[in-house]
Design a protein around this ligand. Structure first.
Ligand code: HEC
Ligand code: HEC
Length: 313
C-alpha cells in the first residue's frame, strides 16, 4: 500500500494547498524544467509508516475484524459510565438536554418522532464499540483503553437490557450480541450507486475552486421545532461560545453567573469586545480569539458579547 502522509513540508507547492478535514488538496504543481516525472509523482510528502497507518486503521467490522484483544464487565462499565458519560447521556442512557439518548425507544421507529437508540435502532454491536472507541467521551475522544471501551460498551448494552448485570464483554463474544433491529436493515436496491463512469462534458478541473471550509462542530439546537425569532447575538453565542460559556469549561465565566461577570462588565464594554475579538489570557483561563471561530465578523462577536452581558447582569 502506498499512501502519502500529509506533512507540513510544502516548499515545492507552486499553486495552492488547502486543508479539508485532514486531507490535503493540491492544485497542480508545476515542476520546473526537470526531467519528466511519472504520473502520480507530486514531489512532496513521504510514505506513511506502518505505525502511522495503524493509528488510522481502527475500524471494527460487524464480523469482529479489527477488534483488539481485551474485555470489560458491566460492573466496571457502570462505574466508568457514571464518571465519564452520564453527564451528557444521562445515568440510564436517557440523555441530558439535547445529548443523544442511548437506551430505550423500542417499538418507536414507526412513530411520528421515532427514538433511535442503540437498542431500538442500531444494527451492529461492533458499531457501538467502534463509535465509543473513536469518538467518546465527546471532549476526549480515544482516551479510553481497549478494556475500558469493552466495559462501557457492555454497560450501554446492559442499559438496553441486552445483557445481564454480571456480563463480561470481550473480543471473543462481542459478535454474539445481536441488536434487536439488525434484521430490519435491508440492502438498498435502488440503482443510484451503480452508475457507470461518464467522462463526457466534464468540467475543466482548473476551473473548479473549492471554497468551503470544515466548520467546527458544535451540537445545534433541535431544528425541528420552530424556534422563536432568535437575536443574532443569541445565535452566535449558541453556535460559537456556549461550548465553554454555558458550563464554565476551561475557566470561562458561566453565562448568568452575575458574581463572576460583574467585575468583567465593570471593565467597560469596549474591553470586553476587544478581549472577545482578539483573545484574552486572564486569571482563570484562556479565551481564544473569537472563541476559535475566526470566520465570525467582529460585529457578530460583539453581538454575542452583548447577549452574554444582558444575561449576566
Ligand atoms: C460532553 C458530552 C458527552 C460525553 C461526556 C459523552 N458523550 Fe457520547 N455523545 C455526545 C454527543 C454530542 C454525541 C453525538 C455526536 C454526533 O452526532 O456527532 C454523542 C454520541 C454518542 C453515541 C452515539 C449515539 C447515537 O445514537 O448516535 C454513543 C454510543 C455515545 N455517545 C457513547 C458515549 C459514551 C460511552 C461516553 C462515555 C465514555 C460518552 N458518550 C460521553 C456527547 C457526549
Ligand atoms: C474554548 C473556550 C471558549 C470559547 C469557545 C469562548 N470563550 Fe470566552 N472565555 C473563555 C475563558 C476561559 C474566559 C476567561 C478568561 C479569564 O478571565 O481568565 C473567557 C472570557 C470571555 C469574556 C470576558 C473577558 C474579560 O475581560 O473578562 C468574554 C466577553 C468572552 N469570553 C466572550 C466570548 C464570546 C463572545 C465567545 C464566542 C464568540 C466566546 N467567549 C467563546 C473561553 C472561551
Amino acid at each position: 500500500m502506498t499512501a502519502v502522509w500529509p506533512m507540513s513540508r510544502f516548499p515545492e507547492l507552486k499553486k495552492a494547498a488547502c486543508w479539508l478535514t485532514g486531507s490535503v488538496l493540491v492544485a497542480s504543481v508545476a515542476m520546473a524544467a526537470e526531467s519528466p516525472k511519472p504520473a502520480g509523482y507530486y514531489g512532496y510528502g513521504e510514505p506513511a509508516s506502518a505505525e502511522q497507518i495503524a493509528g488510522w486503521d481502527i475500524d471494527v467490522r460487524p464480523d469482529g475484524k479489527g477488534l483488539p484483544p481485551g474485555s470489560g464487565s458491566v460492573e466496571d462499565g457502570e462505574y466508568l459510565y457514571q464518571e465519564q458519560c452520564a453527564e451528557c447521556h444521562g445515568s440510564f442512557g436517557e440523555g441530558e438536554g439535547r445529548f443523544p439518548v442511548l437506551a430505550g425507544g423500542e417499538g418507536s421507529l414507526q412513530d411520528a418522532r421515532p427514538q433511535k437508540t442503540v437498542g431500538s435502532y442500531w444494527k451492529y454491536t461492533s458499531t457501538l464499540w467502534d463509535y465509543i472507541h473513536r469518538a467518546m467521551p465527546f471532549a476526549r475522544p480515544a482516551s479510553l483503553s481497549d478494556d475500558e471501551v469493552y466495559a462501557v460498551t457492555a454497560y450501554v448494552l446492559y442499559l438496553n437490557e441486552l445483557v445481564e448485570d454480571d456480563f463480561v464483554l470481550s473480543q471473543q463474544n462481542l459478535t454474539d450480541i445481536h441488536l434487536p433491529n439488525e434484521a430490519n436493515f435491508i440492502a438498498d436496491q435502488r440503482p443510484d450507486v451503480r452508475n457507470k463512469r461518464c467522462m463526457k462534458k466534464c468540467r475543466d478541473p482548473q476551473a473548479i475552486v473549492i471554497k468551503s471550509q470544515a466548520p467546527q462542530y458544535v451540537p445545534q439546537p433541535i431544528a425541528l421545532v420552530a424556534r422563536p425569532q432568535a437575536s443574532a447575538g443569541l445565535e452566535v453565542y449558541q453556535r460559537s461560545c456556549a461550548l465553554c460559556h454555558d458550563n464554565g469549561t476551561g475557566g470561562a465565566p458561566t453565562l448568568g453567573d452575575t458574581s463572576d461577570w460583574s467585575a468583567r462588565i465593570g471593565q467597560g464594554v469596549d474591553t470586553l469586545y476587544a478581549h472577545a475579538i482578539n483573545g484574552f489570557q486572564g486569571g482563570s483561563g484562556m479565551m481564544p480569539a473569537k472563541g476559535g471561530y475566526m470566520q465570525l465578523s467582529d460585529d457578530e462577536v460583539k453581538s454575542a458579547v452583548d447577549h452574554m452581558m444582558e444575561q449576566s447582569r
